[in-house]
Design a protein around this ligand. Sequence first.
Ligand code: F6P
Length: 345
Amino acid sequence: MKVGILTAGGDCPGLNAVIRAAARTLQQEGHEAVGLKSGYRGLAKRDYIPLDRTKIRGILHLGGTIIGTSSYNPYREEDGIQLVKQAVEEDGFDAIIAIGGEHTMMMTRRLYLEEGIPTIGVPKTIDNDVVGTDFTFGFDTAVQIASDALDRLHTTAASHDRLIVLEVMGRNSGWIALFSAIAGGADGVVLPEFDTPVEEIAEKLKARHEAGANFSIIVAAEGANLAFASGDSRQIRANESTDDYGYPRLGGIGAALASEIEALTGYESRVTVLGHLQRGGTPTATDRILATRYGVQAAECAINGDFGHMAALIGNDIVSVPLSGITDVKTVDMQYVEVARKFFG
Ligand code: F6P
């Protein structure tokens, strides 16, 4: 078999671990792995990198992706579908493994269902918002980075009697914010999933400070609304531009929250925005293992002709689920919200 492997959408730690595991599994069974450069663009433009043993050696621990990534969508490009189909047929690809987030999974699903291209998906994103799987790789690393930041912010906040708001990524869902708030011992969290009025946060912080605390830490997901008890609520945008998927560019909820809470409580406030630090660098051991398991599973799906499926983690098991079910984003599990709330106020 000749199997194309691509990485699409925003990068995240663990992409190279998937590439290595999928290519190794294929090679061990006598098959060929080919890297498609910069997502589906590499397939449409026939821009390939052979993924032989030397190319995949020493990449397990590396962040980023050795084959590049982009948000190229053949459905949005003139002749995009035709070019992709031609490449698959004429260059003899027997399967395409697409490693990406929810948009990539939706494209990959359409390419299988509508065009008959033998695709397999692998879910990635630091945001952990792909439906059909319990966890995506990259998420654990991002949570670790945010938790480390919270540990550091605690000592400086405590030294200066300050409120510090940490803004983390999470456009549609607040998984990173919620998990890092629990792991980093935050005193409040705001999520895209539901509004938390600033007055409510301020009251809880006042109660906490009246009970003896001299500082507080709040975690805000970038996609959370700035909400008020009046019912007024709005998302904070970094600027007027949109990204390649048409989403507004987010950023600024941390600063907006800090200033509103400072006005309500009188506590001196600061804000830290973690940004792309959450996406770069070396994956945690947990992410390397998850990514490796996904890579092996995707290669086995290719070998077994199990197309139109996505590798997924359900409980402790790696399985494959139909891509036809991947139609939405996965929001936070409220069980974790209940746990986090025990420590607020
Ligand atoms: O999808 C992951 C993510 O990290 C989002 O949380 C964030 O909004 C987005 O990527 C930012 O991506 P970029 O700045 O690369 O367009």
